[in-house]
Design a protein around this ligand. Structure first.
Ligand SMILES: C[S@@+](CC[C@H](N)C(=O)[O-])C[C@H]1O[C@@H](n2cnc3c(N)ncnc32)[C@H](O)[C@@H]1O
Length: 229
């Protein structure tokens, strides 16, 4: 078997300290700290720094101009995306929680990227359908899905209509705290167990979908990249 360095807590700390924290944009830092103050444990919903930096680099390599985000929360990945896009780029963010978005909004404004963002306050499914009806078909370079895991398969079918051929659909939390590789009877946190099966089914579905080329990255909680064929 090929050599693989699994991410131990010490290695993750090393990555964060040498690469991620020193390069974190000031407004991303402030948004992250404000989210921790306001939401406590729930602040874990923000994507981790190393994942946000990976997304940022991916968008730049792709020359992405128009992107979509499903699941915004306080906007850590949204702000990272807006900062990575060119001046005339655009990211549409969809979330049913307006208060969380408004918590992060002052930092988006201070970062001077609000003009690149359109926030749609609604349920993800109806938001995505409204984009299809609104003639956005095959117009997005990239979509990032970080909302309710149970609906990923439904979102996937619709996002295939919205993302261009050659574009990327990225799904977050696909390793679900490593539980996807554990057996049912293994000890795991109560919050992890219910969605373990959902994640396994989604990963199997994606691995067998011939309309895309896909890979799972062990960054953050697992990110699956799908390139639309
Ligand atoms: C993990 S958080 C997103 C974190 C965000 N990407 C970040 O890095 O800060 C998930 C978000 O998805 C939203 N969400 C969950 N299910 C949804 C649905 N059916 N429609 C719209 N938003 C939904 C929640 O309100 C929550 O803000």
């Amino acid at each position: 078997m090929a050599k693989n360095i699994l991410k131990t807590p010490a290695l993750l700390q090393y990555i964060l300290e040498t690469s991620s924290y020193p390069k974190e944009h000031e407004q991303l830092k402030q948004l992250r700290e404000t989210t921790i103050q306001k939401y406590g444990k729930l602040s874990i919903m923000n994507v981790p720094l190393d994942e946000a930096q990976f997304i940022s680099m991916l968008l730049k390599i792709m020359n992405a101009k128009k992107t979509l985000e499903i699941g915004v929360f306080t906007g850590y990945s949204l702000l990272a995306t807006a900062l990575a896009l060119p001046f005339d780029g655009k990211v549409i963010g969809i979330d049913k929680d307006k208060e969380a978005y408004e918590t992060g909004l002052p930092f988006i404004q201070k970062a001077e990227v609000e003009h690149k963002i359109e926030f749609i306050h609604c349920d993800a499914l109806s938001g995505i359908i409204s984009l299809i009806d609104g003639k956005h078909e095959e117009s997005f370079d990239y979509a990032f899905v970080d909302a309710d895991k149970e609906s990923f398969t439904k979102y996937h079918e619709l996002l295939l209509k919205l993302v261009k051929k050659g574009g990327i659909i990225a799904y977050d939390n696909t390793l679900w705290s490593g539980s996807v590789a554990m057996s049912e009877d293994e000890e795991m946190e109560d919050t992890i167990r219910p969605k373990r099966k959902v994640a396994i089914e989604f990963n199997n579905f994606i691995a067998n979908d011939t309309r895309i080329e896909s890979t799972i990255l062990s960054i953050g909680d697992g990110v699956t990249l799908c390139r639309v064929l």
